[in-house]
Design a protein around this ligand. Structure first.
Ligand code: KG4
Ligand code: ZN
Length: 357
C-alpha cells in the first residue's frame, strides 16, 4: 500500500510517497527561505501564496520520483495542525482535491506528533512508549507518547518557542536568516560559559514547562549594555535598521551566541530528563528544527549516557520540516482513523492544559 503525504504547515512545501512498510519512495521539500530572508522571518500571507504556487509541482515531482500515479495510491495524508492558517489551508485543500479526484481516503497528520514519529522512521524500529520532545520555530512541547496514535501533552513553553528564541537572538546579533543555524555556526567559536544567562523554571521540579522570553531579554541587555550598539526592539527588525549601528566585535557575538545556546540547551535537556523521571519511561524521542543543533544533540547524547535512557534524534533532514514524517498517518490508517472531507485546519497553538491559564 502506498501513501501520499503533504506538508504545508509553515514555510516548506513538501510531499512524499511512502509504503505501509515505511519505505520512502520519494521526498520533495521546496523551501521558502530565500523568499522570507529579506523580511527576517516568515510572513504568513507570502508563505501561503508561495504554497499555492508550489503545491502542485511538488506533488507531481513526488509522484514522478516514486514512479507512481494517483491510481496507485491507497490514501492521502495531510498535516492539518498546528501551523499558519493560510499555509495549512493550501495543503488541506490539495489533499481533499486529490481524494475526490482519485476516490481515495483522507488521513490527518498532527505536525508535532509527526516530528516525534521521525524518530521511529530513522531508527527503523518501535520507539514507543516514550517521552517526546518537539522543539521547533513555533513549539517547544513535551509529550507522554504511549503509542503512535496516543500522545498526551505534558509540558510546553509558557511564552516563546526555543526556535523562536534562537531566531530572535540571531536577529538581535545581526546574524542572517534563518537564525537558528546561523547562531549555531557563530557559537562554535564562542565561549559558552562567558555569560551566565538565566535558565527560567530550571529548578522547578514540579513543572515540565519552558520559558525563553526572559532569556531573550537578558541577551538583549547584554548586547545593549556593551555600549557598542543602541537599544533596539527584539524580533525581526529588517537588517537595514541596524546598518548604521556599530557592530559588536566578532568574538563578542560568538560568546553571547554560545552562552545563549548553552542556556537553551540546558533547559531543554533538563526538562526532558525530568519528564523521563515523571513518566518512568526509558526512551526519549526528540524532533523539530532545533533538534538539528549540534550542541543540543551532543548534550542529549551525554545525558542519555549518564542517565541510562535510550535516545532517538533523527538525521538533520528529518528534523526540519518534511513530508516523510507524515508516515505517522500509516499508523492511523492501521487503526482505522480515517477522516471525511469535513476535516478542517486547526492552526493551534497546541498547549498543555494548565490550571489558571
Ligand atoms: O521544525 P521546523 O523546521 O519548523 C517549524 O515547525 O517551526 O523548525 C524551524 C526552527 C527555526 O526556528 C530554526 O531557526 C530552528 O528550527 N533551527 C535551529 C537549527 N536549525 C533549525 N535552531 C538551532 N540550531 C539549528 N541548527
Ligand atoms: Zn516543524
Amino acid at each position: 500500500m502506498l501513501l501520499l503525504t503533504i506538508e504545508t504547515t509553515c514555510d516548506e512545501t513538501a510531499a512524499a510517497v511512502i509504503s505501509d512498510q515505511l519505505e520512502v519512495l520519494s521526498s520533495v521539500v521546496a523551501s521558502q527561505d530565500a523568499i522570507h530572508k529579506r523580511f527576517g522571518g516568515v510572513v504568513p500571507e507570502i508563505a501561503s501564496r508561495a504554497h499555492v504556487e508550489r503545491i502542485l509541482p511538488v506533488i507531481d515531482e513526488a509522484l514522478r520520483k516514486a514512479d507512481v500515479r494517483l491510481a496507485d495510491l491507497s490514501a492521502v495524508a495531510v498535516a492539518h495542525t498546528p501551523g499558519l492558517a493560510g499555509s495549512l489551508l493550501v495543503g488541506l485543500t490539495a489533499a481533499k482535491a486529490l481524494c475526490v479526484a482519485g476516490g481515495l481516503p483522507l488521513l490527518a497528520v498532527n505536525h508535532l506528533q509527526a516530528h516525534i514519529y521521525a524518530c521511529r522512521l530513522a531508527s527503523g524500529r518501535d520507539v514507543f512508549p516514550c517521552v517526546g520532545l518537539v522543539v521547533s520555530g513555533g513549539h517547544s512541547n513535551l509529550y507522554r507518547c504511549e503509542g503512535p496514535t496516543d500522545f498526551t501533552p505534558i509540558g510546553g513553553t509558557i511564552d516563546d518557542a526555543a526556535g523562536e528564541a534562537f531566531d530572535k537572538v540571531a536577529s538581535l546579533l545581526g546574524l542572517p536568516y534563518p537564525g537558528g543555524p546561523s547562531l549555531e555556526r557563530v557559537a562554535r567559536a564562542g565561549n559558552p560559559h562567558k555569560y551566565r544567562f538565566p535558565r527560567p523554571l530550571l529548578d522547578d521540579e514540579t513543572r515540565l514547562d519552558f520559558s525563553f522570553s526572559g532569556l531573550k531579554t537578558a541577551v538583549r541587555y547584554q548586547v545593549v549594555g556593551t555600549g557598542k550598539r543602541d537599544a533596539q526592539p527584539m524580533g525581526n527588525a529588517p537588517p537595514h535598521s541596524r546598518q548604521t549601528q556599530k557592530p559588536l566585535p566578532e568574538s563578542e557575538v560568538a560568546d553571547i551566541a554560545a552562552s545563549f545556546q548553552e542556556a537553551v540547551v540546558e533547559c531543554l535537556v533538563s526538562k526532558a530528563e525530568l519528564a523521563l523521571r515523571k513518566t518512568g519511561y526509558r526512551t526519549l524521542c526528540v524532533g523539530g528544527g532545533v533538534a538539528a543543533n549540534s550542541r543540543f544533540r551532543a548534550q542529549l547524547q551525554a545525558s542519555a549516557q549518564a542517565n541510562g535512557y535510550e535516545l532517538h534524534i533523527p538525521p538533520l533532514n528529518l528534523c526540519t520540516d518534511n513530508a516523510v514524517m507524515g508516515a505517522i498517518a500509516i499508523e492511523r490508517m492501521r487503526a482505522g482513523l480515517f477522516e471525511d472531507l469535513s476535516l478542517d485546519i486547526r492552526p493551534g497553538p497546541e498547549r498543555t492544559a494548565r490550571p489558571g491559564r
